[in-house]
Design a protein around this ligand. Structure first.
Ligand SMILES: [Zn+2]
Length: 540
């Protein structure tokens, strides 16, 4: 009875509002229709008023003790900015959730197929496992429909993730990915694929992809997580440990089942992609698989040698400088800048097409020198091209720099497939291409309001004292000691945020007085602000 009433109410209030970006086509964002200027509903009413899939995706993203104290959802299309007023990309909404998912392996998997069914990235690991007759017990994901093997077991499966390359970014730059479009047409493409959980962020989603579980089980919930003592830290401890992974990745489970004779590798930009391969020797019985990520301040490839092996090809980066020089001259001036990005600052040289080409070349070299795909045991190689995300964080997804790095990323996809054709041979490999989330359009482009997390934190502090550890796009981490010392409960802080208004957050006088976009100054900016532990217990 209650459930039926809820569904009817949802159908009534959910509306898809089309928001236009001037001169750049249209962008649609799901939003609830109400203007939300009245008093905040109860926690349970907030949870149960969410469309069912938003609630489910948020629940899948929660892990007790690891997640933050308060679960938040901005009143979409509002969104939380980064501390520096940049753009974030975390939430259960389609524009962030919908990602490409393509399997290309002529002679191994079906060709020229398109599947529209809603599937998620948790389905990838069990699907790969099924080709190899390998059991992944109790995973949340399911073998993808229509993706049974048509040929022999692949000698190598290469999974390529375009960080931030969700459908909204692709659709914004439709001419920048001809190679991906060709693989979609020639392989099997899942046009209804979603990430599958919220927060939709790099560490969480890559771990879903690698394990077949959602964060509610695999434990890697966000960029920051709470450790065993409740202290907020990095999800992969900046590369020191992958111990917050509570389950094995397919790659390590498969490798161990084959006496660690499979080649397993992960080439990424930061340790946040390690969830694709697992913990190396940190897992009892595991071996030192290939793993490489960047020391970002120097742009030097590195690894954690206690747990993984740095492939030898990453010891030589001498091809990078000539690529940067060429890029510098290519835009006509040789001014050590590419579209405004410095090319002589080691902390920023990975944001451009030259670095993408360097990454692609190293990946191909790795396949050849280490012998991926040469024997009868399936090798599993994973890589993350980060630049679409990184540049969209800096400049917004509508900036031409995003178009350029997307085209460069796509060119490397084309080169990878050619290389596999030459080195491994058709009928012996599968390439999987996907993304970990879409990107956030700018508030002005979608006539909305961008919530400032710093101001939110200041306002919580003004009301309760210094109890905040960090305000993230969809969750707030509090300081347990300070809550105790002040006698403040998580419920009180969540209720404060539920009643938090645009005028409270606005730092511009005009917005404080007039509101922003369609939103009046007294609009409550959070659709959901509840104690996170309620995500486990609520029944609607
Ligand atoms: Zn990002």
């Amino acid at each position: 009875m209650a459930a039926r009433r809820r569904t009817a109410a949802r159908v009534a209030v959910v509306a898809v509002v089309a928001l236009s970006i001037a001169a750049l086509g249209r962008i649609t964002i799901d939003t609830l229709g109400d203007r939300a200027t009245g008093p905040a509903p109860s926690f349970k009413a907030q949870l149960c008023a969410l469309p069912e899939d938003w609630l489910e995706l948020t629940q899948r993203g929660y892990y007790e003790g690891r997640s933050g104290h308060i679960s938040l959802l901005p009143r979409t299309p509002m969104y939380m900015t980064t501390g520096g007023k940049g753009w974030t990309h975390s939430g259960p909404w389609d524009y962030l959730q919908k990602v490409p998912l393509v399997f290309y392996g002529p002679g191994v998997v079906p060709e020229g197929a398109e599947v529209g069914r809603r599937v998620s990235l948790a389905d990838v690991a069990p699907t790969i496992a099924s080709w190899m007759d390998h059991e992944l017990p109790d995973v949340a994901g399911r073998v993808l429909p229509g993706l049974g093997r048509v040929g022999r077991v692949p000698a190598v499966v290469v999974t390529v993730v375009w960080d931030g390359g969700g459908w909204n970014a692709l659709e914004h730059w439709p001419d920048s990915w001809p190679n991906l479009a060709a693989l979609m047409a020639e392989g099997t493409s899942y046009t209804g694929a979603i990430v599958g959980s919220s927060p939709s962020v790099t560490p969480a989603v890559h771990t879903t992809l690698g394990t077949g579980h959602f964060p509610e089980t695999h434990g890697v919930t966000d960029v920051p997580v709470r450790n065993e003592r409740g202290i907020v830290t990095d999800a992969f401890l900046n590369g020191r440990s992958a111990r917050f992974m509570e389950v094995e990745a397919l790659a390590e489970s498969w490798d161990m089942a084959r006496g660690n004779r499979a080649l397993v590798g992960e080439i990424g930009y930061e340790p946040w992609h390690l969830g694709m391969i697992g913990k190396g020797t940190e897992t009892p019985g595991g071996d030192r698989d290939h793993a490489a990520w960047l020391i970002r301040s120097e742009n030097r490839w590195t690894t954690r040698p206690e747990h993984y092996r740095l492939p030898t090809v990453f010891r030589d980066q001498s091809d990078l400088q000539p690529r940067l020089d060429e890029l510098d001259v290519a835009d006509g001036d040789g001014d050590d800048r590419w579209m405004g990005v410095p090319l002589d600052d080691p902390a920023r040289i990975e944001e451009n097409p030259a670095f993408v080409a360097h990454h692609g070349a190293k990946l191909r070299e790795l396949i050849s020198t280490e012998g991926y795909g040469t024997d009868g045991i399936t090798d599993l190689l994973f890589t993350n091209f980060k630049q679409i995300d990184r540049v969209a964080h800096y400049f917004n997804m509508a900036a031409p720099q995003v178009r350029e790095v997307m085209a460069a990323t796509d060119a490397e996809l084309g080169a990878l497939v050619e290389h596999l054709d030459d080195e491994v041979g058709r009928g012996r490999y599968v390439v999987i291409v996907t993304a970990d989330h879409g990107m956030q359009p700018d508030d002005e482009a979608i006539d909305s309001y961008a919530i400032d997390p710093n101001e939110t934190e200041r306002d919580i502090t003004a009301r309760f004292g210094p109890i905040v550890r960090a305000v993230w796009p969809t969750q707030v981490f509090l300081l347990d000691d300070e809550l105790d010392a002040r006698g403040v409960s998580v419920e009180e802080v969540a209720a404060f945020l539920g009643d938090y208004r645009l005028r409270d957050n606005a730092t511009r006088v005009d917005q404080e007085l007039l509101g922003s976009g369609p939103y009046a100054p007294n609009t409550r900016v959070f659709e959901l602000a509840v104690p996170a532990r309620m995500l486990e217990s609520v029944t609607c």
